[in-house]
Design a protein around this ligand. Structure first.
Ligand code: GUN
Length: 262
């Protein structure tokens, strides 16, 4: 960062939010706060829900060529009338700090990537920091989204884990989950996973960000129940979420370094 600033380059991140989804608003505010904390220049583009796909494309095009912006993040989900794939595909891969563009997704698959996807990379950092060796371990990922489940499986595979991806159509989900040494849960259903899904001593990573019956923030894992079995477990809030943002900050700096080299 200091070297970049010596070169007169200040990493710049544009955060685009369309509509008034309350969870997205919280995420975007947290991303902006993190930029301030890290000394990353940020611009927010808050557009109304009525924004058309072509208006959003126009903004992405403008940001693609804006010299002081090195990273572009379009907060998902987008309103239904906007095709998310069309928007993601329009972001220049060098500025795609989410690593959602097909070029970056392909690079992750191959194992030779510029950007790591924020949430899965944050999970890997947590596992590494706790000294958990993944080589030969059985990792079960519940959830197959493009944002978390699929890239998470790939990153675990790169660390020589044996990986099973489960989803809503998986037969005998509890039994499969109970074979996991490391269980990553990213389904978006409050407290769905309890002790019955967990092998004694397993590591449990909760990627969920849900509301319980009282409207209180909680994860996909029933924490109190899971604690009876897990050797390590991440809480919600305060577990994976902050790691997602930390990876985003890293990606914004990486993007600035790469673009300043060209
Ligand atoms: N919505 C939920 N998670 C994410 C994320 O990591 N990036 C973006 N752009 N949108 C999201």
């Amino acid at each position: 960062m200091a070297e970049l600033k010596q070169k007169g380059v200040n990493p710049g991140l544009a955060v685009v939010i369309v509509g008034d989804d309350s969870a997205s608003r919280v995420y975007v505010n947290n991303k902006k706060k993190a930029c301030e904390y890290c000394g990353i220049y940020s611009e927010e583009y808050a557009l109304p829900a009525s924004t058309t796909e072509s208006e959003l494309l126009e903004l992405v095009e403008k940001l693609n060529t804006k010299a002081d912006i090195h990273g572009i993040l379009v907060q998902l989900p987008l309103p239904k009338h906007i095709n998310e794939e069309t928007i993601i595909n329009a972001i220049r891969p060098e500025k795609d700090v989410d690593a959602f563009h097909p070029v970056n997704v392909g690079k992750i698959m191959i194992g030779n990537f510029d950007f790591l996807p924020c949430t899965p990379a944050g999970v890997m950092e947590l596992l590494d920091d706790a000294g958990i060796d993944l080589c030969g371990k059985h990792c079960v990922v519940i959830g197959r989204s493009n944002i978390v489940g699929k890239p998470q499986a790939m990153l675990l595979l790169h660390k020589n884990a044996t990986v099973t991806i489960c989803h809503s159509k998986t037969a005998n989900l509890k039994e499969v989950a109970r074979t996991a040494d490391i269980l990553v849960v990213a389904v978006g259903r409050a407290k769905m996973v309890d002790e019955e899904y967990i092998k004694d001593g397993a590591v449990v990573i909760d990627v969920g960000m849900d509301r319980d019956e009282n409207g209180k923030l909680c994860g996909d894992v029933d924490f109190d129940s899971a604690c009876k079995k897990a050797s390590y477990i991440t809480p919600v809030p305060g577990g994976v979420g902050p790691m997602t943002i930390a990876t985003l900050m890293k990606n914004a700096v990486t993007a600035a370094i790469r673009q300043s080299e060209n």
